[in-house]
Design a protein around this ligand. Structure first.
Ligand code: GLY
Length: 312
């Protein structure tokens, strides 16, 4: 019997200022709707999560691809991962430049190299070799990203001083299960404003920024990268589910553990092998949307859940 397809996406945790709130909601709704239409037409969960994340990377409301935040040099360095829960195939890229859709490039690394992750100059060399589309940095940089970076420079704020307070936005991601019961996940980010050149966050790290295994389900995370890596947040959620917890409780327990153990905050989306899903966060806001049975759910503030019927 076919599995009921489900997709969940997020547009990042943290405060998300009011002037970005509406655009963030529209963005996650668009990405979830596009991903679901792929699933409804018989597409795979891998295709759905890649397409959903590409839409979020192209949307300047989010910290990924176009709209990514700037590092200490005012430059853009991007991280991404994609993982197939059917066979644990995975591709990741970190610290890459001049690529507007890092999730697509991560999938290329998965499918066209014997490796799991390429980083920095080596990754960009590979992109040149295969003639992967190159995008000038200036086209990825938004006014908002420059403003945020200038604030850090002006007040000499350290990266950590702003954590758990009013950071603007973070990372995008998607998880899905298709009609064959295959799960997949993808995560993409510009990281954190004013990060050291060469800093890699949680997003491209297997088990931290994302994990998918048909045995349990799929997870994509967002939030304070250094904390997420310390507790391997994505895998922790699946461990909790393997002990019998529902996706929602598994997510809450993992986020609580991260808060208590390393004082880190964040958010995540998860789908189980039977299509149960959750979108949970310990930051002020997280933009998220899901589609199942042609019903679109979405939210931004804690406890919020709006619903629309899709006419697909
Ligand atoms: N969660 C994104 C980062 O810290 O890089």
């Amino acid at each position: 019997m076919d599995t009921r397809p489900v997709i969940v996406v997020h547009g990042g945790a943290w405060a998300i200022p009011d002037d970005l709130a509406e655009r963030s909601k529209i963005g996650v709704k668009n990405a979830a709707t596009c991903g679901f239409s792929i699933l409804a037409n018989g597409g795979s969960s891998l295709q759905a999560v890649e397409a959903a994340v590409r839409i979020l990377e192209d949307d300047t409301a989010f910290d990924a691809g176009h709209g990514a935040v700037l590092n200490a040099d005012g430059d853009v360095e991007l991280d991404a991962i994609i993982m197939d829960g059917k066979n644990l195939a995975v591709g990741a890229v970190s610290c890459i430049k001049n690529i507007a859709n890092p999730v697509m490039f991560a999938r290329t690394v998965m499918e066209q190299t014997p490796h799991v992750m390429l980083t920095g100059t080596g990754a960009n060399k590979f992109a040149e070799k295969i003639k992967f589309e190159k995008t000038p940095t200036r086209e990825l940089v938004t006014e908002n990203a420059v403003k945020e970076w200038e604030q850090y420079q002006k007040y000499k704020q350290s990266v950590t001083s702003l954590f758990n307070t009013e950071r603007m936005h973070d990372t995008v991601g998607a998880v899905a299960i298709d009609s064959k019961g295959n799960t997949a996940c993808a995560t993409s980010t510009g990281g954190i404003t004013n990060k050291m050149v060469g800093r890699v966050g949680d997003s491209p790290i297997i088990g931290s920024g994302a994990y998918a295994d048909n045995f349990t389900g799929a997870v994509s995370t967002t939030g304070h990268g250094e904390s997420i890596m310390k507790v391997t947040l994505a895998r922790q959620v699946l461990f909790n589910m393997e002990k019998g917890e529902t996706p929602e409780r598994a997510a809450d327990q993992a986020l609580e553990y991260m808060k208590n153990k390393v004082h880190g905050r964040g958010g995540l989306i998860v789908v189980s092998k039977s299509g149960e899903w959750a979108a949970r966060f310990t930051t002020k806001r997280m933009a998220w949307a899901s589609v199942e049975n042609r019903i679109l759910n979405y939210g931004l503030n804690p406890g919020e859940k709006f619903q629309e019927k899709l006419d697909l």
